[in-house]
Write a protein that binds this ligand. Sequence first.
Ligand SMILES: CC(C)(COP(=O)(O)OP(=O)(O)OC[C@H]1O[C@@H](n2cnc3c(N)ncnc32)[C@H](O)[C@@H]1OP(=O)(O)O)[C@@H](O)C(=O)NCCC(=O)NCCS
Length: 165
Amino acid sequence: MDAKRCADSNLVTAIQMMPQDANPLGNVHGGVIMKYIDNVAGMVGTRHSGRPVVTASIDRLDFHHPVHVGNMLILKASANFVGRTSMEIGVRVEAEDLVKGEVRHTASAYLTFVALDPKGRPTELPGLLVESDDEKRRHEEARRRREMRLAERKREKREQKQSRG
Ligand SMILES: CC(C)(COP(=O)(O)OP(=O)(O)OC[C@H]1O[C@@H](n2cnc3c(N)ncnc32)[C@H](O)[C@@H]1OP(=O)(O)O)[C@@H](O)C(=O)NCCC(=O)NCCS
C-alpha cells in the first residue's frame, strides 16, 4: 500500500453559525462544534485510508472563547499520525467575526479514527508522508499523545482486571 502525503487528505472548511446552533443568548452550543469537528476529521480519515472509518476516541477538548450566531466557524483538519489501523486527525477551530474581521482560536481537537474492512474489522492503513516543518512537528506531538493514550488504556484494562478479582 503506497504511503500518502498529509496534503492528500487535509482540508479546510467554513460554516456560518445560525440561530438553531445556539442558546437563547446567541452562544453556539459546544456540542454543535463537536459534531462539526467529528465530521470534518472523519472526512480526512476516510480520504487518507480510502476506507470507512469510525471514531475510536476524542481527546480532552477545551473551548477557549465563545462562538456567536453569525460567526464563521473555520475548521482546519489534517492527519497527524498514522499507526497500523488507527490514525490521529487534528482539527483546529477558529471563529471569525465577519463584520469586524477578527479571528479567534476557539479549540484544537485530536481524534483517533480506525479504518474498517468490509467485515467491520480494523484494517491496515497507508503510511503518512510528513513533509513540511509544521507536519513534522504535528507528527511528533501526535506520536507522544498516542503513547500516552496507549499507556492510559493499558492502565485502565489492568485496573478493570484487578477490580474483577
Ligand atoms: C474503534 C474500534 C473499531 C476498535 O476495535 P478494537 O477491537 O478495540 O481494535 P484493536 O484493539 O485491534 O485496536 C485497533 C486500533 O485502534 C486503536 N484504538 C482502539 N481503541 C482506541 C481508543 N479508545 N482510543 C484510541 N485508539 C484506540 C488501537 O490502538 C489500534 O491502533 P493501531 O492499529 O494503530 O495500533 C471498536 O472499539 C469500535 O468499533 N468502537 C465503536 C466505534 C464507533 O462506533 N464510533 C462512533 C461513535 S459511537
